[in-house]
Design a binder for this molecule. Structure first.
Ligand code: ATP
Ligand code: MG
Length: 250
């Protein structure tokens, strides 16, 4: 369960997140959509406890992120948009290191690392340095690290960027299975097809505010475009861009 109430984040006079309220129920995949600069990453980093909100509250699996950050973080898997990996560790070492941070150690860790390497199709890269992995392999390694400690909630910023079709399919299947087991997943994405295919509910954020929330069909209805492609709905709700302007410049 992830619950955000009236979240605000300001930078000086600029308000990046402006009163966001959103819940992700157990087993729900929630798509978090919005134009560049809308406030998605800022919101996700606050949930992960990496950024202090100006005001508002975040509760992860019953733990207040401000009041009990350790408990909140230990029940959360966070996959940032630009993860930092230790390039000089091997893939296996990276996973074991991550497991240690989350208290997965002792006898359980070797099995768990092997499971993650197998799941994310990285077994033959176990002893290779992270720096020698391709972008998509690194992306899958980061997912393995984030899921190693069996989090009950997952926050993921742009999971599909740079994955090949097989990798994207794998990640979708993993998210679906996790959701079937009751994990709450909040996922930002610019790929509206992915959002539509995967999400039980979506939130569209624009200039720090939620402009639409609900099932994809709810959002379509709200925007008055029942049979419309989600892209058209998205553009209408977030200001869009006109071909006219493009023509003027070209
Ligand atoms: N440290 C900071 N100082 C000042 N402004 C910031 C800072 N971090 C983010 N912002 C601003 O907050 C706004 C929201 O940024 P954020 O990264 O959350 O957007 P986003 O929705 O993730 O966009 P994208 O789709 O491009 O990833 C942007 O206008 C950004 O410039
Ligand atoms: Mg972002």
């Amino acid at each position: 369960m992830i619950a955000i109430e009236h979240l605000v984040k300001t930078y000086g006079a600029f308000t990046a997140v402006d009163g966001v309220t959103l819940t992700v129920a157990p087993g729900e995949i929630h798509g978090f959509l919005g134009p560049n600069g809308a406030g998605k990453t800022t919101t996700l980093r606050i949930i992960a406890g990496l950024l202090q909100p100006t005001s508002g509250r975040v509760v992860v699996n019953g733990h207040d992120v401000a009041g009990d950050p350790e408990a909140a973080k230990s029940s959360l898997g966070f996959i940032p948009d630009r993860p930092y990996l230790y390039e000089k560790l091997t893939a296996g070492e990276f996973l074991r290191f991550h497991g240690g941070l989350f208290g997965v150690d002792g006898a359980g860790i070797a099995d768990r690392v092997r499971e993650m390497l197998e799941l994310f199709e990285l077994s033959k890269w176990e002893d290779e340095l992270v720096e020698s992995l391709s972008h998509g392999m690194k992306q899958r390694l980061v997912m393995g690290a984030a899921f190693l400690h069996r989090p009950r909630a997952v926050v993921v910023d742009e999971p599909m960027v740079g994955l090949d079709p097989r990798g994207a399919r794998l990640i979708k299947d993993v998210f679906r299975r996790m959701s079937e087991r009751g994990v709450s997943i909040l996922m930002s994405t610019h790929t509206l097809e992915v959002a539509e295919e995967m999400s039980h509910r979506i939130s569209i954020i624009h200039r720090g505010r939620i402009v639409a929330q609900g099932t994809v069909d709810d959002v379509r209805r709200l925007a008055g475009g029942q049979d419309e492609h989600l892209t058209a709905v998205f553009l209408r709700l977030t200001g869009g861009s006109g071909l006219q302007e493009i023509d003027e410049v070209l």
